[in-house]
Design a protein around this ligand. Sequence first.
Ligand code: NI
Length: 379
Amino acid sequence: MANYEEELLALFRTLHAHPELGFEEFETTKAVRQRLEQAGIELVETGLPTGVVCAIGHGEGRCIGLRADMDALPMSEEADLPYKSCVPGKMHACGHDFHTAAMLGAALLLKEREAELPGRALIVFQPAEELCEGARRVAETGVLDEPEWFFGIHSYPEFEAGTLGLRPGAVMASVDRFRVTLRGVGSHAASPHKGLDPIPVMAALIQSLQTIVSRSVNPFSPVLLSVTHAQAGTTWNIIPQEALIEGTVRTMDEQERAEVKERFYRQVEGVCAAWGAHAEIDWMDGSPAVINDPGLCALAESVAREMGFEVRQQEQTLGGEDFSEYLYRPVKRPGLFVRIGTGGGYAAHHPLFTVDPAALWPASQYIARLAEAAMKKQR
Ligand code: NI
């Protein structure tokens, strides 16, 4: 087994210094493609301008999917690193540079073992995770239909390098968005009876929506509804025509997700009917919850322990991850999202976020070992 550590660290530092936002990952894509081609790894064309899919192994045996994401965030880096972002207003603050380098290392290791592999791996270096769009776009091309199981990785600042976070069941939430435009009738502030003021309708609606979680969801279920944006009017003496609210719904369960959506529509319609106002609802279904398969979780834990990793329980979060798209497209399939401890002391999306480079090479080795173990696993 060759040691790619120095090369991967150099790649990680280069990617970190040159962050690219979602669907603009042109240089990152080029770097990954070139290295895969140089190693003789088969590239799978997606037709998308950024992102890379490659295949390693043989047609017989189980096919598994592996996913890393590539994009950065529109924010400025404050950490004082020798390889700090050179691009003002862009930063790898979620470790996707680390994911790309770690997954490339895993691909190189799997390629070395290609003759002995009992199955096949399709590896996706995905664009635009931060836009909640990339996974859907790649999955819709159909090039990732084949894998029976799908594995994703993510850096985790809460654990030090050498630690992996695992947990069976739901670990991240579905992410749906809503926007409701309430239409009333404008008038003079002194003549409310000549108009239909949308502001009290908005206030009543916000209060009413808060009761969906508190009054109709099982209190043992993690469900969240946040109204995060409310807007109406322009000044003190005009009753406006319209009011707008926006927000998000998070759930860990598909049935609850559907039920909350249905109640949401009923409440908007009911509140508006009471006031005689009209509402326009824009509901945007985002990625589903990330559900870790218990069998794959046990497999990942045994591989981790064999390799000397400390294994800790991954925390649940109502944050989202579009990795879940691969668990539902084209059909529902088992998957696992592994957290790789990368230390650093600052949360993801913080301007001082850093990754401990010591986590990189072990991560590549772990992904490669886990992939091979998954190909061999009895059903
Ligand atoms: Ni991320």
